[in-house]
Design a binder for this molecule. Structure first.
Ligand code: SF4
Length: 468
């Protein structure tokens, strides 16, 4: 049988703002490893790879890389799509990632593939997929295109309507891809069942230079927060054994020399015994690196021992998921944490050695039924704990409870046009006051500036008799 050649693409981001906070197309990198080990020849273009050689030749300068390997994407301003033009959003809209010219150069220098596999992220980034397909079709007109990833899982019908897409593959690609391609090419295949422990490592070999790697130690989350689609996208909650996780980390650190290891789990601490097993493995095997956990951790599970182990293992920046301080709304939206649990977690982390001002706390705004007053309460509460606030601006996600409760007329719009899910765009369609939002953003900056100086606004006001 003639070997089949596949082109795997991670498409551009089209958005008002974007930043490479340790992003890699993990699902597609897993597929690349699996497909190679089953005899496929793989070409890979990651349009978000900041060290892309054609891109660097094109713009004639290297990317900015911050201390921990993160950094800004290259961006080019583009015209806003028709559907959002009329909203008069006073922000620039850009394509983030390598230049179109460098993408073309990849295509010009490769052999014609037998099929193209494209992944997807946020629903409102689908323009990047359309754009990538348009360019691919100029070079390889009749090649079939398979589309998977998060957007394809959340909105398969919308994805099917993208011009040039032949097949949409929602869900876990690793457990269907060999069957799908085997049937398409009419070649013999076996489709093994992959769980997190028997998957090969992601194919990081496609990158010439790596500032960081991301790994997952568990997938999904058993909570059902009303604004989050983790459970739907992951199809459940799955864990990996601590030994396998530690083995993979040791491989990247000792064999590949990677200094920044990023864990992108939704619920890393949920099984405390397993999480402590990972941390113990890192400490005992002296795998010294900078460890990052950009997704909010569950404060509930940070007991004294956990905090100490996180610190000793080298987790440099901790971020805690909080979102809402109002007890009733917090419970109604999923009850993943209480204010008391956040206080306890902050105390334990401080005792372990973290500075309060370096601990991030996610606070949510923009949820249509969350009054601005409650957002301010949560911001002042987080500031009073001494933490650094990260504002999560609500973006409606299909298949979540909050998406379903949006009024019919607006939901119809969101179903038809995923660009409206963007957290910058959505407030223009819902009843959220733009001025209030701007004030909230300014307040966050102000409070964070204060917390660097150890000023806790609410406590100060109380001290001087300006608040109770
Ligand atoms: S706890 Fe976090 S990951 Fe889990 S459902 Fe809630 S928001 Fe999503």
């Amino acid at each position: 049988m003639k070997e089949k050649r596949l082109l795997l693409i991670n498409p551009w981001i089209y958005d008002f703002i974007s930043y490479d906070l340790w992003s890699k197309p993990l699902g597609l990198l897993y597929l690349s490893s699996i497909l190679k080990s089953h005899g496929y020849i793989i070409d890979f273009v990651d349009t978000l790879y900041r060290w892309d050689k054609f891109h660097i030749q094109d713009i004639e300068k290297p990317p900015k890389v911050r201390k921990y390997g993160d950094g800004p994407y290259y961006k080019e301003e583009v015209e806003k799509p028709e559907s959002i033009k009329s909203l008069s959003i006073d922000r620039k809209f850009s394509r983030y990632g390598i230049t179109v010219n460098s993408f073309r150069r990849h295509l010009e220098t490769m052999k014609k593939p037998d099929a193209v596999l494209i992944t997807s992220g946020m629903t409102y980034w689908y323009i990047g997929i359309e754009e990538a397909i348009n360019v691919v079709k100029e070079y390889f007109k009749d090649v079939p295109i398979f589309l998977g990833g998060i957007y394809a899982t959340l909105m398969p019908e919308h994805a099917k309507a993208i011009k040039g897409v032949n097949f949409v593959l929602p869900g876990h690609g690793e457990n269907i891809i060999l069957r799908v391609l085997g049937e398409y090419f009419d070649i013999p295949y076996t489709q093994p069942y992959y769980d997190l422990d028997n998957m090969p490592y992601p194919d990081y070999g496609i990158y010439e230079k790596l500032d960081y790697v991301i790994i997952i130690t568990s997938k999904g989350c058993p909570f059902r927060c009303s604004y989050c689609a983790s459970y739907f996208v992951s199809g459940g909650y799955f864990e990996r054994s601590p030994e396998k996780v530690v083995e993979e980390i040791a491989y990247y650190r000792f064999k590949r020399g990677i200094k920044n290891i990023v864990i992108y789990d939704d619920a890393f601490l949920l099984n405390k015994k397993r999480a402590k097993g990972v941390l113990k493995g890192i400490i005992e095997n002296k795998i010294r690196a900078y460890y990052h956990l950009p997704n909010g951790l569950h404060a509930r599970f940070i007991d004294e021992e956990m905090a100490e182990m996180l610190y000793r293992a080298g987790f440099v920046e901790i971020r805690l998921g909080f979102e809402i301080s109002d007890d009733f709304i917090q419970r109604e939206t999923g009850g993943k944490v209480t204010s008391q649990e956040l206080i306890r977690a902050m105390n334990n982390l401080e005792r372990a050695g973290y500075k309060r001002k370096d601990i991030g706390i996610y606070v949510m705004t923009g949820l249509p039924y969350l009054p601005m007053q409650k957002v301010v309460d949560a911001l002042l509460f987080a500031n009073d704990l001494g933490g650094r606030i990260h504002l999560s601006e609500y973006s409606p996600v299909p298949h979540t409870k909050d998406y379903e409760r949006i009024n019919r007329k607006l939901k119809d719009l969101l179903d038809k046009e995923p660009l409206y899910h963007n957290n910058i765009v959505f407030p223009y369609l819902s009843d959220i006051n733009q001025k209030d939002l701007r004030d909230i953003r300014s307040l966050v900056k102000f409070l964070n500036y204060g917390s660097q100086l150890n000023i806790k606004l609410l406590s100060e006001l109380k001290k001087w008799g300006y608040a109770n």
